[in-house]
Design a protein around this ligand. Sequence first.
Ligand code: NDP
Length: 388
Amino acid sequence: MAKVLCVLYDDPTDGYPTACARDDLPRIDSYPDGQSAPTPRGTDFTPGHLLGSVSGELGLRAFLESRGHTLVVTSDKDGADSVFGRELADADVVVSQPFWPAYLTAERLAAAKNLKLAVTAGIGSDHVDLDAAIAHGVTVAEVTYCNSISVAEHVVMMTLSLVRDYLPAHRVAREGGWHIADCVARSYDLEGMHVGTVAAGRIGIAVLRRLAPFDVTLHYTDRHRLPAALEEELGLVFHESAADMVPHCDVVTVNAPLHPETEHLFDADLLATMKRGAYLINTARARIVDQDAVRHALESGRLAGYAGDVWYPQPAPPDHPWRTMPHHGMTPHISGSSLSAQARYAAGTREILECWLDGTPIRDAYLIVSGGALAGTGAHSYAVQTRS
Ligand code: NDP
């Protein structure tokens, strides 16, 4: 029998909700590339309910316990004395979400003698030391595509929010004011701007598609070039590297995984090549940018705005410098954890666990590490230290 250790974010501060804001969710059976949405053999939750917090348990308890497995759910994840630190010692499976990541460091992986599977209930498995997972024969899987569109929508929202300077104007409205000049002194139209994405994978392409109707010029850089037909359809300008692309852009959005090639890609040198007054939106991973360089770029005016939902570490401490830097539109890490996304990644986590417990193959698209090597989506989109 397996012990599944699941790390989820805390319930709402005013308690687990007793009612939902909406009665239903749109039904999504497949993603834009044709891949089907998760297909577990069953689910024990209601789509639209809060599943990603501790009481939601990703809807896994009845399924696991009916088969005789043990499910431990906690939000207490940091430090050796945390519930996660203690329970990891004999866990067979860890399930964690990027929004509240249980960092599986090399030390923790070495100590977790029973661990065979690390599931990311979401996308982005950089909270797992992939080199160490490979060394210890731990399979790493994530629910590929489950929240890519959720993030793309967040990127579009943040792009418009920064360029039009929405948040300060909203604050004026809430606080009873009506000073138009204060609201518009930094407000522009997106129309006609040059917008570039670093990476054109599932999220990057979805962002490009959603921004195309705004009559902007779209740019991208990626390790693999997109099909010519798609480039033509969206009028995309391809660049060999981020360094080639960013000087041309008014808005840059980062949609690459965090791995050795992308870590601190946006350092002070790269930021200095951006147009004065450019906007940077990063919903990928915080460590793709240099934290202090971003703050300095906002203070100097090199960047007119920075937004995203990814921080390091997570949760960000109350005195994290990004909380108080000028012209930012940060949220906590939420873009991929809408109630819509939760239903998909809960179902996808169940699908992965069903496969693993039954000894049937996990979808190739869900695999990051398997059999002691990068596999599936991991082999396509990630690199590890040993290969770089
Ligand atoms: P995909 O795997 O579909 O796309 C990732 C893309 O990044 C691929 O096209 C890949 O290129 C490209 N890439 C990798 N390395 C580089 C590089 N060095 N330079 C340029 N491009 C590179 O993933 P998604 O689009 O679904 O997600 C992307 C990332 O977004 C995730 O890894 C995660 O970190 C983050 N994310 C954040 C969420 C949030 O809630 N904020 C939720 C979901 C994801 P190729 O494959 O062509 O080699």
